[in-house]
Design a protein around this ligand. Sequence first.
Ligand SMILES: [Zn+2]
Length: 431
Amino acid sequence: MIINMKTLLQNARILKMDDTPIFIGSIVIEDKRIVYIGSDYEQYGPFDVVHDCLGNVLMPGFKNAHTHNAMTFLSSKTDDLALHDWLFNAVFPREKLLKEDDVYHLSKVAFLELLSSGITACFDQYYFPLSTAKAAEEMGFKVVLLGTYNTLYGPKELKTLYLTLNSKKDSLIRYCFGIHAEYTTNDEEVKVISDLVHELHAPFFTHICETKAEVEDCFNRRGMSPVEYLDANGLFDYGGGAYHCVYLSPKDIEIFKKHNLTVVTCPGSNSKLASGIAPIADYMKEGLNIALGTDGPASNNCLDMFKEMMLVTNLQKLIKQDSSVVPAYEVLKMATVNAAHAMGMFDNDILEVGKRADIIEIDLHRPNMQPLNNIINNIVYSGSKDNIKMTMIDGKILYLGRRFKIDEDEENIYQKAQEVSDRIDQELANQ
Ligand SMILES: [Zn+2]
């Protein structure tokens, strides 16, 4: 007989993110799911774990809708370079030296950082995705892997991965089709992914319109924008979205609306790489779904949703010269509900009975949260990782009071990542 673990999170301010106001209450979790939200929790006892939230906020975990987790080995190693120089001379030569096992170790460091930032799931695109999946499963982290047609995975392998990884009930890992970008993919590769998208009625994601030069170059080669080209090849016929979207044309926006595509904006990466500022306030007016992502640690450098939330709204206020655009609650939705939906996750988007328990506790007993004049504004405009008291995924507390509750010593994880980083530098120097 399987006895499910019962957890009580009591004495909290509950922010469900379903557009209802914050209220005082408790949450009961049985195994992976929320079974009760309210004040009369006694009937669900006895509990295996009781956690007193001391009046702190419980809300859905942040979802990082775009990252390359294992790029942790490049963090703070490739900064302050022009974009082309950064990508072709600093990033690509080092990535060539990556081994399958490296990605496993490097992903683990990223998961620790994500947990400490209140992020409970991420949309990851990188080499050796199954190494990322292995690390995620071991640590209890939730990942949607973006699978690309390449030397490792032909069409058959991609189809098998899509069907097997998406058929497991309540799995931590899901799989989605995509490409890195129009400018790194040839017509034949686009056709392979398009055939899979149509055969399996699957959504599709890619980096798109990240820089002005990318769009101009595509026009010069194809006489159309990257969005138009991929749409003409049917890639967006079953939805999905794209990362960055700094330079969408009115025609591109119409394509996004036609297929209900998500704009995954990465203001930290776009500003650090001087790519530009995506006109998110305009996209919101057009009714597009907007999700937030950090991008990889090589271009950000941190995996911190608070920084992205602050940037996405402040940059819009600045370029619009209007401090009323992109209000705080909309920003919070980009980091939670909108991102969850972009990633195909509808069972952990809000706090509700029956949903999977991907929950974070925001510590209000910190000076940057006081006084409690407007909790949502506090979280978006003055919140930081310092305020993440607890991170729970599928009903398991994985981070509490600055301590990781995982089966491995984090110092061991740091050391392994350092060894990978140092080895790659050494190999590069020996070339
Ligand atoms: Zn990226």
